[in-house]
Ligand binder design. Structure first.
Ligand SMILES: NC(=O)c1ccc[n+]([C@@H]2O[C@H](COP(=O)([O-])OP(=O)(O)OC[C@H]3O[C@@H](n4cnc5c(N)ncnc54)[C@H](O)[C@@H]3O)[C@@H](O)[C@H]2O)c1
Length: 397
């Protein structure tokens, strides 16, 4: 399948197939790049990057650049180090940055492509469900700051997205569930017609065949496209994609890699649904549907007790939607639903100013046990042309 992604005046093709690595290689060769800079993380490098470089190298100069896997390493330092490595390898204006990985590598490589020579070509080869069904359908390329998520970045369009659902076969349970939480978000906040399909397709063991993945991704593309087509900067209708993200980002940042992005957003949606219910907007049935779909997808619907709730409340003050609304003091701008697929609008945006005290009350009620540990380190390894890399450190999957 090939769809044209339309974001305002920007257009780029999204090619989605199964077992189509050969076609992806041909597409990359056809770009006549002076050099292909294949950017991977320490999981996707050995899984996909090494083979890509091996197949491309006889036909076009290609290098593998590997960054440590994980959200805690999505920062400006990563972008700078990878860009320096690319320049040392001989990158020029005719080079192409190829992001082979999940949303983290997509964002790091996207920002790197935007900055190198003030902008060189970018291709996304998404390998996680979040990347395939969500992040590559956006121009947003941001990395994290010390106080919060996605606070430094820019808008930058890829030349194309080349996706192979076969790459999802190696995705760990945690990451499949993470992607499905964002898919559930799309169904609840944008495209309720997906709900029945999800009810029958979702599995708590997160084991899916290629056909089901293909259908889930295709539906998500349609959902996201419907709100971004006329809002390329995602600052009006596209803000609905931030459903669950205000509290979700604060939880994700506080958990520092202990919870996947999608899982944190899932918890953020449960909080947003309950807040909307208490404000008299969303009915109990719709609130229950949030929990049902997330549970069917294998996600948690209670905040693990190891998440520091005071820290979550503190992080809410650094949310990246601050400034859109003239928020009264002690309030937070959130996407809330009045019904399925029906966000509440205020001042031309699907955002509502919610008292922090109410958010805190709901967060406290939705909290309970269990969160895995994480470790913090951030090296970058550059691998020479055609050489198969060693894995850098442990994965966060
Ligand atoms: N730009 C946007 O609009 C946008 C939208 C959604 C999410 N995001 C960003 O995306 C990130 C989340 O994306 P993510 O969940 O893909 O995170 P990720 O890139 O960290 O990938 C999750 C984990 O899965 C591993 N992985 C990826 N593909 C794999 C495969 N095929 N087999 C085995 N392991 C694989 C990765 O190495 C990593 O450990 C967040 O930083 C979020 O802010 C951006």
């Amino acid at each position: 399948m090939e769809v044209e992604i339309r974001l305002g005046s920007v257009r780029y093709p999204f090619r989605l197939g199964t077992d189509c690595l050969g076609a992806i290689v041909e597409d990359l060769v056809a770009m006549s790049a002076s050099r292909l800079l294949i950017v991977c993380d320490s999981n996707t490098g050995p899984l996909f990057g090494a083979e890509l470089v091996e197949r491309l190298s006889p036909r076009v100069p290609a290098n593998l650049l590997i960054h440590r896997a994980g959200e805690p390493y999505k920062d400006l330092q990563a972008v700078g180090t990878l860009a320096d490595s690319a320049l040392q390898l001989g990158a020029d204006r005719a080079s192409v940055v190829v992001a082979v990985g999940g949303g983290v590598i997509g964002n790091i490589a996207g920002l790197m492509a935007a900055l190198l020579f003030r902008g060189i070509r970018l291709v996304h080869i998404p390998t996680s469900l979040i990347a395939m069904s969500d992040s590559v359908l956006s121009l947003k390329q941001a990395v994290n700051a010390c106080v919060g998520k996605n606070l430094m970045g820019t808008f930058y369009a890829p030349e194309s997205v080349l996706a192979d659902t076969a790459m999802l076969r190696s995705l760990p349970f945690r990451e499949t569930v993470s992607g499905l939480c964002e898919v559930v978000k799309n169904s609840l906040a944008i495209r309720p017609s997906m709900v029945e399909m999800l009810r029958t397709s979702l599995r708590q063991d997160a084991v899916y065949d290629d056909e089901t993945m293909y259908e889930i991704i295709s539906e998500s593309i349609l959902a996201k496209a419907s709100v971004t087509e006329d809002d390329m900067h995602e600052c009006r209708a596209g803000l609905v994609l931030e459903y669950g993200h205000t509290v979700g980002h604060a939880i994700e940042y506080t958990a520092a890699g202990g919870l996947s992005h999608g899982q944190a957003i899932g918890l953020g949606m449960v909080v947003a649904a309950e807040v909307s219910h208490r404000l008299g907007h969303l009915d109990q049935e719709a609130v229950a549907l949030h929990r049902e779909l997330l549970t069917r997808a294998g996600a948690m619907v209670t905040i693990p007790e190891e998440v520091d709730l005071d820290e979550v409340m503190h992080r809410l003050r650094f949310d990246n939607k601050r400034g859109y609304l003239a928020d009264p003091a002690e309030s937070s701008a959130m996407v809330l639903l009045g019904g399925l697929g029906e966000p509440l609008w205020h001042d031309g945006r699907p955002l509502v100013s919610v008292p922090m005290a109410l958010v805190g009350e709901v967060i406290n009620e939705i909290a309970c046990p269990e969160i895995p540990n994480f470790e913090l380190v951030s090296p970058v390894e550059t691998v020479e042309e055609g050489r198969v890399p060693d894995t850098v450190g442990a994965a966060d999957g």
